[in-house]
Design a protein around this ligand. Structure first.
Ligand SMILES: Nc1ncnc2c1ncn2[C@@H]1O[C@H](COP(=O)(O)OP(=O)(O)O)[C@@H](O)[C@H]1O
Ligand SMILES: [Mg+2]
Length: 246
């Protein structure tokens, strides 16, 4: 379980997040939705510690994460798997080097152990015989799979994905969603996905949090979105629903 309490984030005098509270349950897929520029990425970065909230705190299974010493932070950090926006593999590293990267950072495994784990993760996401290739040699969908392999290589308790299927065709996007869902079930992770893809939300989302103008404007089960009496959420949903009704 991940809890965030009263998260504010400002850059200079611009306040992007204006006090967000939320609880993300273990074993569930939580989708954070909202317009482009609404602060989803900033929120996720605050949760994983790439940014520090101006005010507020983050707890991982009741363990405070905000404002703690680096050593403790690293302990929690090693339990986190991340798939960044756009895949964000290291271009100059092979798929194997990319995949073992978290193990280099957070474990004392031998090279053989690291390679074994990486092979296992790559196989788990359906990638074989690409270890020596560079990201640019793979298709967009395969790059996302590699990013997911890297995110799960250290058996995460928490899995965070920022727009995991952006830039993919709908079919490939669907297979990436399914993979994230299967992996979340298998590893029982607390999963948080930033997305503006409502197909994903309806396919795999358990809980949904809608961010609007820096506030949490709505939260509930994915199945309640359509009937939600929230004008801003309805506005956000309109393009999708228009398409859906056709
Ligand atoms: N490092 C930063 N410095 C200043 N402003 C930023 C920074 N990162 C994000 N922002 C601003 O915060 C707002 C929210 O951005 P972001 O979280 O990326 O939105 P989303 O992911 O929902 O599309 C945007 O207005 C963006 O310009
Ligand atoms: Mg974003």
């Amino acid at each position: 379980m991940v809890e965030i309490k009263n998260i504010h984030k400002s850059f200079d005098d611009k306040e992007v997040l204006k006090g967000i509270d939320a609880t993300f349950q273990t074993g569930k897929i939580n989708c954070i939705i909202g317009k482009s520029g609404s602060g989803k990425t900033v929120l996720l970065k605050n949760i994983i510690g790439l940014l520090t909230p101006t005010i507020g705190e983050v707890l991982y299974d009741n363990r405070p994460f905000t404002g703690i010493k680096t050593k403790l932070k690293k302990e929690i950090r090693r339990e986190i798997g991340m798939v960044f926006q756009g895949g964000a593999l290291f271009d100059s590293m092979t798929i194997m080097e990319n995949t073992i990267f978290p193990l280099e950072m957070f474990t004392n495994m031998t090279m053989e152990e690291k390679r074994d784990r990486a092979f296992y993760s790559l196989k788990r996401v359906g990638l074989e015989n690409v270890e020596t290739k560079f990201p640019s040699e793979l298709s967009g969908g395969m790059q996302k799979r590699a990013a997911i392999a890297r995110a799960i290589v250290n058996n995460p308790k928490y899995l965070f994905c920022d727009e995991p299927n952006s830039g993919l065709d709908p079919i490939t996007a669907g297979t990436i969603d399914e993979l994230i869902k299967d992996i979340s079930d298998e590893y029982k992770t607390t999963t948080i996905i930033n997305t503006h893809d409502m197909n994903s939300v309806f396919e795999i989302g358990d809980k949904v949090i809608f961010i609007h103008l820096g506030y949490k404007s709505w939260e509930g089960p994915a199945s309640d979105i359509i009937k939600a009496e929230n004008v801003d959420l309805q506005d956000f949903m309109e393009p999708f629903l228009k398409f859906y009704k056709k």
